[in-house]
Write a protein that binds this ligand. Structure first.
Ligand code: DAK
Length: 257
C-alpha cells in the first residue's frame, strides 16, 4: 500500500482528499481503497473536522470506476471480499459527521459514481461524465450503486442507468438530481471554496446535527424520523451555539461560532 494514492491537505479543519492515480483515471484498486480507508479512520478521530472534500487528480477524471484489470481474474469469494472492502470504505466516507463534498472533475463511472453517491454534495465540472456501466463488463454495480442510486434519483432513472449502462453528461446528472451543481471546469475550485466558506460560517454542531438528522432519518419510518429530529433539535439548546446564533440575530450582528 502506498500513501501516494491519496493526498491529504488539512486547512483549518477542511480536509481535502485527492485520489492520485491519474494514469489509470484514478480507478479504485485495493491499494487506493486501503489508503482511503486509513485516511477516513483518522478523520473519524479528527478533533476539529468541519468538512471533507474528495476529488481525483488531474482534469480528466474523478474516478473511472473500480480497477477492471485488478478485478478481471477474481473468484466469487475474492469479488465478495473486494466489494466488502469498498462498501466499508464508502460507508465510512458517508457517515463522517461533517459535510462531505465530491468535486467531480471528469469521468465519474461505476465505483466512482458510487463513491460520489455517498457524498453529501456533488459539484461537477461541465465536462463530467456519469454512469454505472458495469453491465457492459458482465457484472452489476458492487459498491452500493443499485441501492444508493435509486435513493438519490428514484428507481426509474436508477433502473435506466444500471440496466443500460449508458453514460450521461453533467447537465443530465443535474437534472435527475445526481449532482447539486454544474460549473465550468475553470470555476469548480472557486465555487467549492465559496461553498466551504458558507459551511464554515454556520454553527459546526448544528451542521453536524442537520446531517445526522437527514442521514439517520432516511433509514426510518416518518414518525421515528420526526422523533429523531425533535431530539436533535432539542439537543441544540444544550450547547452555546444556539445561544450565540439567536443572540446575534436579536442583537443584529454576525454570530461568532
Ligand atoms: N480500471 C482500470 N484502468 C482504467 C479504468 C478502470 N476502471 N478506466 C480507465 N483505465 C485506464 C485505461 O486502461 C488506460 O490505461 P493505459 O492503457 O494507459 O495503461 C488509462 O486508464 C486511460 O484510459 P483510456 O485510454 O481508456 O482513456 P479514454 O479517454 O480513451 O477513455 C474512459 C476514458 C473512462 C471512457 C475509458 O477509460 C473507460 O471506459 N474506462 C472504464 C470505465 C468503466 O467501465 N468503469 C466501471 C468499472 S466497473 C463488484 C462488482 C462490480 C464492480 C466492482 C465490484 N463486486 C461484486 C466485487 C464494478 C465496479 C466498476 O466500477
Amino acid at each position: 500500500m502506498s500513501d501516494a494514492v491519496i493526498e491529504k491537505v488539512d486547512n483549518a479543519g477542511v480536509v481535502r482528499l485527492t485520489i492520485n492515480r491519474p494514469k489509470a483515471l484514478n480507478a479504485l484498486n485495493s491499494d487506493v481503497l486501503s489508503a482511503l480507508e486509513k485516511e477516513l479512520v483518522e478523520l473519524e478521530q479528527h478533533p476539529s473536522l468541519r468538512a471533507v472534500l474528495i476529488t481525483g487528480a488531474g482534469e480528466k477524471s474523478f474516478v473511472a470506476g473500480a480497477d477492471i484489470a485488478e478485478m478481471r481474474d477474481k473468484t466469487p469469494e475474492q469479488a465478495r471480499a473486494f466489494a466488502g472492502q469498498a462498501l466499508r470504505t464508502i460507508k465510512r466516507l458517508e457517515t463522517l459527521p461533517v459535510p462531505v463534498v465530491a468535486l467531480v472533475n471528469g469521468f465519474c463511472l461505476g465505483g466512482g459514481c458510487e463513491l460520489a453517491l455517498a457524498c453529501d454534495w456533488a459539484v461537477a465540472s461541465d465536462n463530467a461524465i456519469f454512469g454505472q456501466p458495469e453491465v457492459l463488463l458482465g457484472v452489476i454495480p458492487g459498491f452500493g450503486g443499485t441501492q444508493r442510486l435509486p435513493r438519490r434519483v428514484g428507481p426509474a432513472m436508477a433502473l435506466d442507468l444500471v440496466t443500460t449502462g449508458r453514460k450521461i453528461d453533467a447537465h443530465e446528472a443535474l437534472r435527475i438530481g445526481l449532482v447539486n451543481r454544474v460549473m465550468p471546469q475553470a470555476e469548480l475550485e472557486d465555487y467549492v471554496a465559496e461553498l466551504t466558506k458558507q459551511l464554515m460560517g454556520n454553527g459546526p454542531q448544528s451542521v453536524r446535527g442537520a446531517k445526522q438528522a437527514v442521514h439517520d432519518g432516511m433509514d426510518q419510518d416518518l414518525d421515528s424520523a420526526l422523533a429523531l429530529e425533535t431530539s436533535l433539535f432539542a439537543f441544540c439548546f444544550a450547547g452555546e451555539e444556539q445561544t450565540e446564533g439567536m443572540s446575534a440575530f436579536v442583537e443584529k450582528r454576525k454570530p461568532d461560532f
